[in-house]
Write a protein that binds this ligand. Structure first.
Ligand code: PLP
Length: 348
């Protein structure tokens, strides 16, 4: 197998740059779990301010942010309403069931996004023998929905409907800043209608580890209990939080380059016979495409690209995913399109 030279597998693959590593090496540190790490405190304050929430807590992963939030809001047997493509359904190892004992009620949204009417229809009228809905969980941007962006109006309507029905709203903001850069809508506008929201630092923002979960001061106090219980309380975590502070200063605006590269990739792929983009419009940095029409399976396409030093997500069935990020250049994208043309034409 050739060494991987262009890796579009995920935006989690970015490695900390020399400047980020320098900031990490020089970070002031303390005992994170006693709120004594000044770098962690600074990061949490900055993200809470950015998201328009009262307080924040530093967490090792986005998965743990979802787990903690579900645990805060729900009791065993309660129901969480979320899109059928949502990350907690497909990619958190059954955590919602194992850690919070919740039922997941999937909504048949369009590319990961559902409407207030669909939400209303999913909320069961009260009966003693029904599961009790407690929480609406939404992803900005939607990952498996295709990197799609919740329009601000839809998001506000969904939050209003949830709140009228006495449900809380949690935003999985793994790629929230991608939505912000793509639309110009502020992170605060997207996140503040929700009761809690988090940002992943280890995706497009280019950090090695970490996420920041935000909400009211009371919510964060509760979140701390579950963070301890799940083993997520840390010690001199300023070393990794410093990467987050660096990313907030240097790696947000540049997400626009990832979006331009994703569009370039999509345009190139769409011209190859048999490849169909799904969804057709590229909103941010995720490009999903179906290879059925090429006569090759996604595994064959994956293997043949890999032999050319290119990795993409093999996906499930015929749908594949390519993700642009900090370590992918425009020239890399041009190379991927050429390679894909050769693979599909059988010249591999
Ligand atoms: C990656 C991702 C997560 C999990 O984040 P980790 O930091 O990898 O644990 C959750 N939700 C969505 C939408 C994601 O893309």
């Amino acid at each position: 197998m050739a060494a991987i030279q262009v890796d579009l597998y995920s935006d989690t693959l970015t490695r900390p740059s020399p400047a980020m590593r320098k900031a990490m090496a020089e970070a002031e540190v303390g005992n994170e779990q006693a709120n004594e790490d000044p770098t962690v405190n600074k990061l949490c304050e900055r993200v809470a301010e950015l998201l328009g929430h009262e307080a924040g807590v530093f967490v090792p992963s986005g998965t743990m942010c979802n787990a903690i939030s579900y645990r805060v809001y729900c009791r065993q047997g309660d129901e969480v309403i979320l899109d059928k493509t949502a990350h907690p359904i497909h990619a958190e190892a059954g955590g919602p069931a194992a850690l919070s004992g919740v039922m997941l009620c999937p909504v048949d949204g369009k590319s990961g996004i559902f409407t207030a009417e669909q939400l209303q229809a999913s909320i069961r009228p009260y009966r003693r023998n029904r599961p009790r809905a407690r929480l609406v969980s939404l992803e900005q941007t939607s990952n498996f929905g295709g990197g799609t962006i919740w329009p601000l109006e839809t998001l506000r309507e969904v939050c209003d409907t949830a709140h009228k029905n006495e449900l809380k709203v949690h935003m999985d903001g793994a790629r929230l800043m991608n939505a912000v850069i793509a639309t110009g809508v502020s992170a605060k506008d997207y996140a503040s209608p929700c009761d809690s929201a988090w940002l992943d630092l280890s995706k497009g923002l280019g950090c090695p580890v970490g996420a920041v979960l935000c909400g009211s001061a009371d919510f964060i106090e509760d979140a701390w209990r579950w963070k301890h219980q799940f083993g997520g309380a840390m010690r001199q975590a300023g070393i990794i939080a410093a990467a987050g502070v660096y990313a907030l200063d240097h790696n947000i605006e540049r997400l626009a380059e990832d979006h331009a590269n994703a569009r370039l990739l999509a345009q190139g792929l769409a011209q190859i016979p048999g490849i169909v983009l799904d969804p057709a419009e590229i909103a941010t940095n995720l490009v999903f495409f179906d290879v059925t029409g090429t006569g090759l399976t996604s595994e064959q396409v994956y293997e043949r690209l890999l032999a050319k030093g290119i990795r993409v997500g093999s996906g499930d069935g015929h749908r594949m995913r390519a993700v642009t990020h900090l370590d992918v250049s425009r020239a890399d994208i041009e190379r991927v399109v050429r390679a894909m043309r050769d693979v599909v034409a059988g010249r591999h």
